[in-house]
Design a protein around this ligand. Structure first.
Ligand SMILES: *Cc1c(COP(=O)(O)O)cnc(C)c1O
Length: 376
């Protein structure tokens, strides 16, 4: 087996493949000499608004800054608390802290997402906003979270960094109050670095535009302490042609996920993604649990897959607050999140990206099966 597979290259956990149109578009921008925010960014924004089904979209420099600007644009009290998922990328919590706010954590459910129940348990009298995270490309229950937000007068900012084109009951993520997307290189849609905000609120959209550009509404009319969070036309040109492919990319990720689930189901201790058949899931990651019923633990499986040429990932190895820098931070309120703790030990993401071939899928599922069954 080792000899046979040496002929085949390792299967990466993600692979950036740009359409030819992106390359041509970037070349045109380079030739035009207009590199900073301009017509390309404006076009990107109209494509993003169409994707999220919102009136407005604002492009910014990355998906962490986009969350921070969403909070700032709402004009929330400085000591107000924001509730977010205990199981997310550090960008979510950094954005909250950089906006000067306090953060508290809601635990996750079996689908790796916060729920009405877990968010409600984390609310205090100081809570002013909730940032649900559509982790791995799966939408949170936005019906319940919207009702909770309304009944407690909370703002809702969706962290849709991993969920371009995902839907909750047919409605696009990012359309509920404010949506925040990342265009980082490994996300389902990319500009290398970049972020997008989506909303139907014209005042919020305008405030984000002002904050993005040094607090300036028109030239040298400063009305807020802003920042430079602009995107360049070069980056927008990379991303725009990918909107034409988004449906195909999503369909391919879903098909790959279904194929993996069909082959992995029933393996002892390996739990395929909850809500894996949700039609709104865009499978930024395909994440299984390696539970205590498996004959091997998650880290051993990760290493054994590597030997077989399959690169898996761990998103994330700890609950987001479980670092000294956050545990000792005066504005980080750490509570019990047993489901996030367990997930951090059990999760393993397998390659699911659109460039996988049928042979790649055979190799991925085959490697997991062989490793697990050989230890039973
Ligand atoms: C990628 C990501 C971010 C941050 O986006 P950047 O563009 O890398 O700053 C925030 N939240 C989640 C859940 C992410 O996956």
């Amino acid at each position: 087996m080792t000899n046979a597979r040496k002929l085949e290259p390792d299967i990466p956990i993600s692979r950036v493949t740009l359409p030819e149109a992106s390359i041509q578009r970037v070349a045109r921008v380079l030739e035009s000499g207009h590199l900073a925010q301009g017509a390309e960014v404006a076009e990107l924004e109209s494509r993003a608004a169409a994707m999220a089904g919102t009136e407005y979209a604002i492009a910014v420099s990355n998906g962490t800054v986009s969350l921070e600007l969403a909070l700032r644009a709402l004009g929330l009290p400085e000591q107000g608390e924001v509730v977010t998922s205990a199981f997310t990328f550090a960008g979510t919590i950094n954005a909250i802290l950089n906006a000067g706010m306090r953060v508290r954590f809601a635990d996750i459910e079996d689908d790796f997402l916060v729920s009405e129940r877990s968010v409600a348990a984390a609310l205090t009298a100081e809570t002013v906003a909730v940032i649900p995270v559509h982790l791995y490309g799966l939408a949170c229950n936005m019906t319940e979270l919207t009702n909770l937000a309304i009944s407690h007068q909370l703002h809702l900012i969706e962290d849709a960094a991993q969920a371009h084109g995902a839907q909750w009951l047919g409605r696009p993520v990012g359309s509920f109050e404010i949506g925040s997307f990342s265009l980082y290189a490994t996300k389902n849609l990319t500009s290398g670095e970049g972020g997008l905000l989506t909303t139907n609120d014209p005042e919020v959209a305008q405030r984000i535009r002002v904050l993005r550009n040094q607090g300036m509404r028109s030239r040298y009319e400063f009305e807020a302490v802003g920042t430079n969070a602009r995107m360049t036309d070069l980056q927008a040109a990379v991303a725009i042609p990918q909107f034409d492919q988004l449906e195909v990319i999503i369909a391919s990720r879903r098909a790959n996920a279904a194929s993996l689930t069909a082959r992995l189901q029933g393996l002892p201790g390996i739990v395929c993604p909850a809500r894996g058949d949700d039609p709104g899931h865009v499978f930024h990651q395909y994440t299984v649990r390696v539970t205590k019923d498996a004959p091997i633990d998650r880290n051993q499986l990760l290493d054994a897959l590597k030997v077989q040429g399959v690169t898996a990932g761990v998103y994330y190895p700890r609950p987001v607050f479980d670092y000294e820098v956050y545990r000792s931070h005066p504005r980080v309120m750490v509570g019990e999140c047993p489901n996030a703790e367990r997930a951090s030990i059990e999760v393993l993401s397998l390659p699911v990206h659109p460039t996988l071939t049928a042979n790649d899928l055979d190799r991925i599922a085959g490697a997991v099966r062989t490793i697990v069954e050989s230890r039973c």
